[in-house]
Ligand binder design. Structure first.
Ligand code: IDP
Ligand code: MG
Length: 140
């Protein structure tokens, strides 16, 4: 049994449409537990730093603008194989390719405004969680 933590972000397209509760129900119904959570309006500097790995990609500037276009909910999800489990619940980056019943298939507006972020490895999850949360803010 691999108990893990992963970082989840509910993106501005979803908070704007008041989908926070609906999205979080998907995580809870699928066995993940929200063990830390805060609603933030990211600064441009924070969004640029968070998505630094993508800075050479053509969509980087637009992605940063999108991520600061409204509030986000940053949260830590905990559970067995939480990193992979969260990615499965989210679905493919492009909602057109996402499987039925996934968050992105059901809620995303576009490949960019795709409602949720999820860490893609255990190593990146640790870094991304530390980016937003101190240890005392994570309560399992
Ligand atoms: P992921 O969120 O599924 O891990 P990444 O490839 O890490 O996908 O891309 C990070 C984010 O950048 C995506 O969630 C999406 O918001 C945005 N993005 C990815 N590919 C494109 C694209 O081709 N055009 C516009 N935005 C994109
Ligand atoms: Mg990614």
């Amino acid at each position: 049994m691999l108990e893990e933590n992963t970082l989840s972000i509910i993106k501005p397209d979803a908070t704007r449409r008041n989908l926070t509760g609906k999205i979080n129900s998907r995580f809870e119904e699928n066995g993940l537990r929200i063990v830390a959570q805060k609603r933030l309006h990211l600064t441009k500097e924070q969004a640029e730093k968070f998505y630094e790995v993508h800075k050479e990609r053509p969509f980087y500037g637009e992605l940063v603008d999108f991520m600061v276009s409204g509030p986000v909910v940053v949260q830590v999800l905990s559970g067995q194989n939480a990193v992979a489990a969260n990615r499965n619940i989210m679905g493919d980056t492009n909602p057109a390719n996402a499987e039925e019943g996934t968050i992105r298939r059901d809620f995303a507006e576009s490949i960019e405004a795709n409602s949720v972020h999820g860490s893609d490895s255990v190593e990146n999850a640790k870094k991304e969680i530390n980016f937003f949360f101190s240890d005392t803010e994570i309560v399992g």
